[in-house]
Design a protein around this ligand. Structure first.
Ligand code: RTP
Ligand code: MG
Length: 138
């Protein structure tokens, strides 16, 4: 088994809806470990670096605005195959099509806004995890 670390973000919608505890509960119930956690008011520079792969896409600017709209909870999470495993816990990007049992499927909905307000982010590869953990935790 490969013990990995991933970056999880509870996005501003999750914090504002007081879902932080519920999301942490699901991560811990799965057996993953919380290694570090911070409440962060992200600025544009941090988000531009975090979302560099999406620059130029139609949802990029609304995404950055959304992510600056309130604090996010950044979490360093460790566990066997946690990068893939947390993506499974989170569910599909679109909360309407995300499977029941997932964070987005159980707790998210489509608000008809310019960007999916889908509660959480999880790194999508070992390379992304290393890059994103360095950005959010230094
Ligand atoms: P994340 O990076 O947040 O874990 O989500 P993801 O991999 O499932 O989705 P990704 O394609 O990386 O997109 C990043 C975030 O941008 C917002 N988004 N909105 N058409 C839309 O409304 C749209 N497309 C993307 C979502 O917040 C998504 O999580
Ligand atoms: Mg992504």
């Amino acid at each position: 088994m490969a013990v990995e670390e991933t970056l999880v973000l509870i996005k501003p919608d999750g914090v504002a809806r007081s879902l932080t505890g519920e999301i942490l509960r699901r991560i811990e119930a799965k057996g993953y470990s919380l290694v570090d956690i911070r409440l962060v008011q992200a600025d544009r520079d941090l988000l531009a670096a975090h979302y560099a792969e999406h620059e130029g896409k139609p949802f990029y600017e609304p995404l950055v605005e959304f992510m600056m709209s309130g604090p996010v909870v950044a979490i360093r999470v460790a566990g066997d195959r946690v990068i893939e495993g947390f993506r499974s816990l989170a569910g599909a990007t679109d909360p309407t099509s995300a499977a029941p049992g997932t964070v987005r499927g159980d707790l998210g909905r489509d608000w008809g806004l310019a960007v999916q307000q889908n509660l959480v982010h999880g790194s999508d590869s070992p390379e992304s995890a290393a890059r994103e953990l360095a950005l959010w935790f230094g």
